[in-house]
Design a protein around this ligand. Structure first.
Ligand SMILES: NC(=O)c1ccc[n+]([C@@H]2O[C@H](COP(=O)([O-])OP(=O)(O)OC[C@H]3O[C@@H](n4cnc5c(N)ncnc54)[C@H](O)[C@@H]3O)[C@@H](O)[C@H]2O)c1
Length: 355
């Protein structure tokens, strides 16, 4: 089985969409998050994260999440006014989210390991007891922007069937790796499931069929109907035993080390248990020599003669970078059904969205 979808092909549909400037979506998200009880500074961090997911082309991690986030608050899974706490032992950083928004806990964790890696060369953080942390490539990009190599893994609610299994026992367990470069950093960021669950959410909302190989129904039969997943089916790991094995290791490390627990255990605390590692290249090599190697290798890989003349070889992170430029100019397309759900949430909270 191969991964079937990428940011560009899944999200870029022309029908029934309205285009918004990033700033307007940011303001809309802030209004809703504040109405849910989030302090202004934290609302700005969460809104920035949601909008940056749209700009990167990953609409599954954008404002579509707000109705779900509101339900987290309603069910007591997230305390929007909470402040995460951090404790450090040498280069080890442990963030207790105190049930705050995941993006807020991860901003704290990322910035701490960026600073601590300056002292120790390598620094690692865990984060637990927080909401959904969003698109984890964001944290790899933040570390790469500070000249650091980053590795982020997290577990998630059990939605994925182990290879050959009938039931959900693993999360979608994404991994992100970022490497600084002379120009744009190289950023790999994907779920270890064949598709991120948020993309099924969009397929269900818009009634589109999904490619084969992504999910099975409640009886373990292959399905191309996203609704079958929500009716008791399961996501599948990507890449057969390789994606499955990666998912298991992420579940064990991010779940058990963070104290959020593997998601198949009754002790699982919900949301994402995260492990993030920052590496300062100059602790191991001259930074200039490192960047020179990365940049020359990146140029050579990108310059590989393409199989098809109109399809150049890309590096991980290139599709998101291209989408940022495109959407920064033309605006961010939001499907009508999805915008209606955001508008309905605003109405329910009694707030006016900025026009
Ligand atoms: N917080 C959570 O619980 C959670 C769980 C799962 C996924 N996610 C997020 O969901 C998002 C989407 O995940 P996904 O699995 O759908 O991603 P995806 O399948 O779209 O893959 C994206 C990755 O593949 C690279 N890529 C795509 N096309 C490429 C090409 N032609 N050449 C080179 N590289 C290419 C991209 O640059 C990016 O690194 C990610 O940002 C992930 O962090 C979050």
């Amino acid at each position: 089985m191969t991964k079937q979808s990428s940011a560009a092909d899944v999200n870029d549909r022309q029908q029934d969409v309205r285009y918004f400037p990033a700033q307007q979506l940011h303001e809309c998200a802030v209004v809703i998050l504040k109405a849910l009880g989030t302090p202004s500074d934290e609302a700005a961090i969460v809104a920035e994260s949601l909008v940056s997911a749209h700009l990167a082309g990953h609409d599954s991690h954008g404002l579509i999440r707000l109705p779900e986030y509101a339900s987290f608050v309603e069910r007591g899974l997230v305390n929007p006014a909470a402040r995460p706490a951090v404790s450090t032992t040498g280069a080890a950083v442990a963030v207790d989210g105190n049930q705050a928004w995941g993006q807020v806990a991860m901003r704290l964790a990322t910035d701490h390991i960026a600073t601590t890696a300056e002292t120790f060369g390598v620094s690692g953080a865990t984060a637990r007891n927080c909401g959904h942390v969003g698109r984890i490539g964001e944290y790899a990009e933040r570390l790469a922007g500070a000249g650091l190599i980053g590795l982020i893994i997290c577990n998630a609610d059990p939605t994925v069937a182990p290879m050959g299994g009938r039931e959900r026992r693993l999360g979608t367990n994404p991994i992100a790796i970022g490497v600084p470069n002379e120009r744009e950093p190289v950023i790999l960021d994907f779920a270890s499931s064949a598709v991120a669950e948020g993309k099924l959410r969009i397929a269900r909302a818009t009634g589109r069929a999904i490619p084969p190989g992504l999910i099975q129904d409640e009886h373990g039969h292959p399905s191309t109907n996203a609704t079958d997943f929500y009716d008791g089916g399961a996501l599948l790991p990507f890449g057969g035993h390789k994606g499955y094995g990666l998912s298991v290791m992420i579940e064990l490390i991010a779940g058990a080390l963070s104290g959020n627990h593997p998601s198949c255990l009754p002790s699982y605390k919900g949301g994402n248990g995260v492990v993030a590692i920052a590496i300062r290249p100059s602790a191991f090599n001259s930074y200039e020599a490192f960047l020179d190697d990365v940049s020359r290798a990146a140029t050579l890989v990108r310059g590989t003669p393409p199989l098809q003349a109109d399809s150049p070889v890309l590096l991980p992170g290139d599709p998101e970078h291209a989408m940022r430029i495109r959407r920064g100019g033309q605006g961010i397309p939001i499907e009508q059904q999805i915008w209606a759900s955001i508008q309905a949430l605003a109405d329910q909270l009694g707030v006016q969205l900025p026009d």
